[in-house]
Design a protein around this ligand. Sequence first.
Ligand code: ADP
Length: 508
Amino acid sequence: MAPTFRKILIANRGEIAVRIMRTCRELGVGTVAVYSDADAAMPHVFAADEAYRIGPPPSRESYLRMDTLLDVARRSGAEAIHPGYGFLAENPVFAAAVADAGLIFIGPPASAIRAMGDKTSARSLVKKAGVPIVPGTEEPLRNVEEARTFIRTHGTPALLKAAAGGGGKGMRVVHTVDELPSAFAQAQSEARSAFGDERIYIEKYLEQPRHVEIQILADAHGSVIHLGERECSIQRRHQKIIEESPSVLVDEAMRAAMGETACRAARACGYVNAGTIEFLVDRSRNFYFLEMNTRLQVEHPVTELRTGLDLVAEQLKIAAGQPLGIRQEDVRWSGHAIECRICAEDPANDFFPSTGRITQLRPAQGPGMREDRGIEVGSEVSLFYDPLLSKVIAWADDREHAIARMIRALREYEVTGVTTNVGVHLFVLQHPEFRAGTYDTGFLGRNLNRDTLRGFCADASLPAAVLAAWISHEHRDGESLQPAATLPAKRPSGWKSQRLPAMRGGRT
Ligand code: ADP
């Protein structure tokens, strides 16, 4: 393999920083870590060849400080910056600043990030390229009346969305025209506080859709290929928690059609590097462009296990100007991969983030397992950053075997010191709807309710107050988390000790 870089800076933390450094080590690329005061002893600092303090714990004073990051790059002699995901990964100003500093941004050009970062302009751009989009406005709404006009033509339910959206924020489902004025105001205000940009637009709210996305790779020489799909319909409040590939829904013809469409969308914005085109699929298997993520995704390992490719290595090669080493016809998919996102949060307490020091850890191990983890025993989990602790990924020759492996590994898995969502994963993996592959994006909203919660928490004797709070805000689409101040701050979790039915081919 041709050399890429001598040394790169990883402008991130946690599992993704560790994961990027692993590939760098394999390729002989030197690594520079950055850390806030909260992260001085975190695994990503020790995984790097050198590490630099960049400021106090809040992200805006550390991981979001472009000037400090560029200064560290200069001082350390890094040639390129990998942004990971989150933080500055989809910030066109940062991508441009990196280039202006004479460094290489391991990601797409700033112009592509900008074009795809605004959802309304992204929608019209790809539509012009012949990509189907969810019916909706292609310009931000100027007032409630424009939204009303859309509903008159297309009916309800409709969805108000932030043009600058991300992370499921600034979305409001509208079931009747009467709800429109308050939903409009709420979406606008949430968009303003989350993104500093209150522009919103409206689209048709698809009933029981599936979220299926396509991974693409594009080099700087005009080649664009796709690496197949990831099914990401297991979501809580529009946030993915389990991803798998292949999707039960997608056959070879549909994969080829979605893949070709995704490559077209990428070409439309002059895309270079790894990216993901997200689609919603309706009940008739029509697919519609949702958005493009112009970075490495959290769920990229699913594609790596299915294709045998290392996406971070591909990103480095592309950023170094090398042509893609693989043609579309050479991409081979094998077996089935599933990823579970392990988060420090308490399902019995409305998924409120859980903090503390990790006291014990038994990793996901055994045949076909991979774990990308950003914590070790002794790591401090704080409220400053995303609660994602680790990703557990299972691969097997077929779906049923992959599910059985994942269940086996999660039963062995142990993290103590914080509460995690492992119980939710075990619940989903054993649910008949998930096993049948017939689930959609509403699966968790429908199934994670008072009764299932009671079952999980039976031996933790869930207090009535927690149940009441849970019931009061379950099933409300797009609603932001309520503060848990009125709920018990910490309680023993009964999720792990729940007795689970015997699995085919597995042990209880
Ligand atoms: P964000 O960028 O905030 O993550 P997305 O546009 O990617 O928002 O959508 C996130 C999720 O919200 C989707 O996977 C899907 O579950 C739901 N969603 C978004 N748009 C629609 C729609 N028009 N109809 C139904 N569900 C939608």
